[in-house]
Design a protein. Structure first.
Length: 525
């Protein structure tokens, strides 16, 4: 920061990456809190010799520059004020006889976070807005998890046996795609050998155990639930734009997936095709991967796969979301960019949070090669005449958001169809009757006789036991397999406690989609 830039900052407001301190004769204790906060987020500038008068900042100067500078730098190196040395850059700027010290505090390396004070990890600070805030323990745990040399997805998982760990259909789907893309590998190789060869089974003592990556990719419902007590993905179709006030109807449709990544992707594709049937009628219904894949979907696919493979699955308090607004699609992930976010658009390999999961998806060409995804999305989306996608890497909250603004005509049409299907007052636009009929047929095909019977018995919010009594069913497993699970997957029922599927307080209720279906099936309709 030079003299001109400092004057510009003084005339404005205290920015997110600048903190002013008076520090006329001594280093204030709060200065070290700023060092911790900047180090744990995006870095920033700490300026001594500036005081605040009401809402304005003015140059007050430092009485003894050498003493203040020496005390500050020695505390950051020799005095063990911080748990790691901070490579501070210092500059002296003079305003007449008044001296100002400017210190550049860089973002700490992933392995050195959290940077805390006085040997007490509870004295960890984060930069939010224009202030420094003491980190909560769950925020500290996120940094510690990212700092570990052993990646989360590479660790073995022993809470399920090998026999019950995997969903065979997911593994078969993956292997079919793998052998289609990668020639020369043995098609008849047993699953156990295939998983072992690619690092998804590992020895622990005398046992062969799945890794966490294997469970997240191909795991059974039991395995995934034992590994992470949260949904893998929450997808919402919303009847308003990002800057509009939330209406009484919060969403038009929604599904929450608690299944493995492969199954979650398949559900997401099915839902995407459900609302956008016409543009994708001739594309592979499983992967939507063909030479004629529309550029718009290629962007969506890359963003969605990135969300699934890069999120912090060790963060059990938050879940990934995809929200379809009228003016764009928002992808939100727990977990910030793992490496240096200033190089996101540059080519080349980058550090990733879940290298085993990422490698598995790249082996079947479900996402771009490392270092090319964001550049491709920007290029392809702008080539369609839309504004460039926007990203926000939030170090303070350890979250990542990607927004695709301005949707194509097909998605706008699909949004109108959604409103027509789930709103009693909306009208289907002219010329879309054929597509609307196709959508209606797809809705009907999701409903089995058992699901329809279940939907007709739901009254308000009901427990599983109450629903079984209503249907005169005794066997819980039969009820779940034929009635409850299909209704939840199709989006006709939803949980009242979605983040805790096994909660003793869990109840089930009709979604707007379920209500709309019953209305359509009633004699009056």
């Amino acid at each position: 920061m030079d003299r001109q830039e400092l004057l510009k900052r003084l005339r404005g407001h205290e920015w997110t990456n600048v903190e002013f301190k008076e520090a006329q004769r001594d280093v204030p204790k709060s200065a070290y809190e700023s060092v911790s906060a900047f180090s744990n987020t995006h870095g920033g500038w700490l300026v001594f010799g500036i005081r605040q008068v009401n809402a304005e900042f003015e140059v007050s100067g430092i009485a003894n520059v050498d003493k203040v500078q020496g005390d500050f730098l020695s505390a950051l190196h020799a005095d063990n004020k911080t748990n790691h040395d901070v490579p501070v850059e210092s500059h002296l700027i003079r305003f007449g006889r008044k001296a100002v010290l400017v210190f550049r505090i860089p973002e700490a390396a992933r392995q050195n976070k959290p940077l805390y004070l006085d040997g007490d990890i509870r004295r960890t600070f984060l930069r939010r807005g224009g202030g420094d805030y003491k980190a909560q323990m769950h925020e500290i745990e996120r940094m510690l998890r990212d700092a570990a040399s052993d990646r989360w997805d590479g660790q073995v998982f022993d809470r399920v046996s090998l026999k019950e760990a995997f969903d065979r259909n997911s593994l078969a789907w993956y292997r079919a795609r793998f052998h289609q893309v990668n020639e020369g590998f043995n098609l008849r190789q047993p699953d156990k050998e295939f998983l072992r060869e690619w690092g998804y089974l590992a020895r622990s003592g005398k046992k062969l155990l799945p890794t966490r990556a294997a469970i997240m990719l191909f795991g059974s419902l039991l395995g995934v639930r034992q590994l992470i007590p949260k949904p893998v993905l929450d997808v919402q179709f919303l009847p308003y734009a990002t800057k509009e006030e939330m209406p009484e109807t919060r969403w038009i449709d929604r599904f929450v997936s608690e299944e493995n990544i492969i199954q979650t992707w398949q559900k997401l594709v099915a839902k995407y095709r459900f609302f956008m049937p016409k543009p994708f009628r001739d594309i592979d219904p499983v992967t939507l991967e063909r030479r004629d894949t529309p550029p718009g979907f290629r962007v969506f696919r890359e963003a969605a796969i990135n969300l699934l493979i890069h999120q912090d699955y060790g963060d059990h308090s938050r879940k990934a979301t995809i929200k379809f607004f009228h003016d764009g699609i928002q992808f939100w992930n727990p977990g910030d960019v793992f490496g240096d976010d200033t190089h996101l658009l540059e080519p080349g390999e980058k550090e990733v949070r879940n290298p085993a999961i990422a490698a598995a998806m790249r082996r079947i060409t479900m996402c771009e090669q490392a270092g090319t995804g964001f550049r491709m999305m920007q290029r392809e989306w702008q080539a369609l005449g839309h504004p460039a996608p926007m990203l926000k890497n939030d170090r303070a909250h350890k979250a990542f958001e990607f927004f695709i603004p301005g949707l194509d005509k097909e998605l706008d049409m699909a949004s109108d169809l959604m409103k027509a299907m789930f709103s009693a007052t909306a009208k289907i636009p002219a010329g879309t009757g054929e597509v609307a009929a196709e959508v209606t047929r797809e809705v009907a095909s999701e409903v089995t006789r058992e699901v329809e019977k279940l939907l007709g018995r739901v009254r308000g919010e009901m427990t599983r036991r109450e629903l079984q009594i209503e249907l005169n069913l005794r066997a819980e497993q039969n009820f779940r397999q034929k009635y409850l699970t299909p209704a939840l997957r199709a989006g006709y029922l939803e949980m009242t406690v979605p983040n805790k599927p096994n909660s003793r307080l869990q109840k089930y209720r009709l979604t707007q989609k379920g209500v709309a279906y019953l209305k359509a099936r009633s004699p009056k309709a």
